[in-house]
Design a protein around this ligand. Structure first.
Ligand code: BYC
Length: 329
């Protein structure tokens, strides 16, 4: 009797495994056929986890990214500049919200995601751990940081998960405006007084390498890329995107007469791309692992503002509850 029960159990497990394999094969076939995966579709647990990690980190980056720029709203040099910067920072909050919503479709709540950020379990982009020291930094962030973000996000418009892909389409439209406003600031300063040009060059010197690092480690050191490419979450690798950004940006610097701080930057005719110097990978991992110039400050600020905003969240919940009551009466 006991033997029969073992055989039955074995066959059941075997059947479950075969069924799982079939669903996984079908899932991969859908991905390969460029079909989007939607929230209620079957998906492998690791695909779901990978997405939650990437989309939430992306959302946190947008929100934490408001801090270095928010720092300059009250010090913008004109009313026009102030209005533009304010609008841009608000856009970043909106991007965060689209992305948190996309992430929530994977079965995790906003509260859990924010908790992961506060506990240091979820990362956000290394770039926002650098200080913004002058008005020219607003130019450098718009031009380089948003420029790098666009290169990455244009590629992510074709990502395999439907809600993420649609969120990217909307975000990319706004990022193009962000990149142009940053480039305009740099162009104006570069043709201004000697001091203004120096400020612009100094901002480029400080933000160039951290912007290049936004694309992540080299492909050979990127443990997530293999699955991301197989599942078409990423459509291009870190190194491909980095090269694309450098190729686009060098000419833009030349037009406004600024010098990219890389002595190894050189057009390579055979490759049809710019060659460039080695990044300081120690600095990169140091910042990613929480030890950059502003990591502690950024997280402390987020925690404090999150706590202070609790009454707003409670009021919104109470309002929603009352609306439901009105509807049901
Ligand atoms: N910073 O295997 P890898 C914006 C982590 S914000 C911090 O290559 P993956 C904006 C990585 O997470 C733009 N961490 O990973 C807002 C992984 O750690 P875990 C933000 C980094 O995921 C305001 C480990 O290193 N954009 O637009 O294949 C104003 C190994 O890396 C970084 C996005 O988030 C980094 N730079 O590739 C202005 C785009 N790089 O999770 C602008 C979406 C790597 O294993 N994300 N790490 O512990 C992506 O495209 C990819 O996640 C990445 C990394 C290219 C960033």
């Amino acid at each position: 009797m006991r033997q029969i029960s073992y055989v039955l159990k074995y066959n059941l497990i075997n059947l479950q495994y075969k069924f799982y394999k079939m669903t996984e094969e079908n899932f991969q076939k859908r991905i390969d056929a460029e079909k989007k995966i939607e929230p209620k579709d079957w998906m492998p647990t690791d695909y779901r986890k990978h997405l939650v990690r990437q989309i939430s980190q992306h959302a946190h980056s947008e929100v934490i990214g408001m801090q270095p720029e928010g720092n300059w709203i009250s010090r913008a040099p004109s009313l026009r500049a102030k209005m533009i910067l304010l609008a841009k920072v608000q856009d970043e909050a909106g991007h965060g919200l689209y992305l948190y919503s996309a992430c929530e479709t994977l079965g995790i709540s906003r509260e859990e995601l924010v908790q992961q950020l506060h506990d240091g379990k979820a990362k956000y982009s290394s770039i926002f751990n650098y200080p913004t020291l002058s008005w020219a930094d607003m130019g450098a962030i718009g031009w380089l940081v948003d420029g790098a973000a666009i290169v990455n996000q244009v590629s992510l418009q074709r990502t395999s998960y439907g809600p993420y892909s649609r969120g990217m389409v909307k975000i990319c439209k706004e990022e193009s405006f962000h990149q142009r406003q940053g480039y305009e600031i740099m162009a104006e300063m570069a043709k201004g007084t000697k001091e203004q040009k120096e400020m612009a060059q100094d901002a480029l010197n400080r933000f160039w390498w951290p912007s290049i690092m936004m694309f992540g480690p080299q492909d050979s050191d990127s443990p997530r890329t293999r699955n991301a490419m197989k599942w078409k979450i990423k459509r291009q690798t870190n190194d491909e995107l980095r090269q694309n950004f450098i190729d686009k940006t060098v000419g833009q610097a030349e037009i406004i007469g600024l010098i990219i701080p890389d002595k190894d930057l050189k057009w390579n005719k055979e490759r049809g791309h710019y060659d460039f110097g080695e990044m300081d990978w120690n600095e990169f991992w140091n910042v990613v692992n929480g030890n950059g110039p502003c990591n502690k400050q950024r997280l402390a600020h987020h925690r404090r503002v999150h706590d202070e905003g609790e009454w707003v969240r409670n009021a919104a919940k109470e309002y929603a509850r009352k609306q439901e009551l009105v509807k049901s009466n």
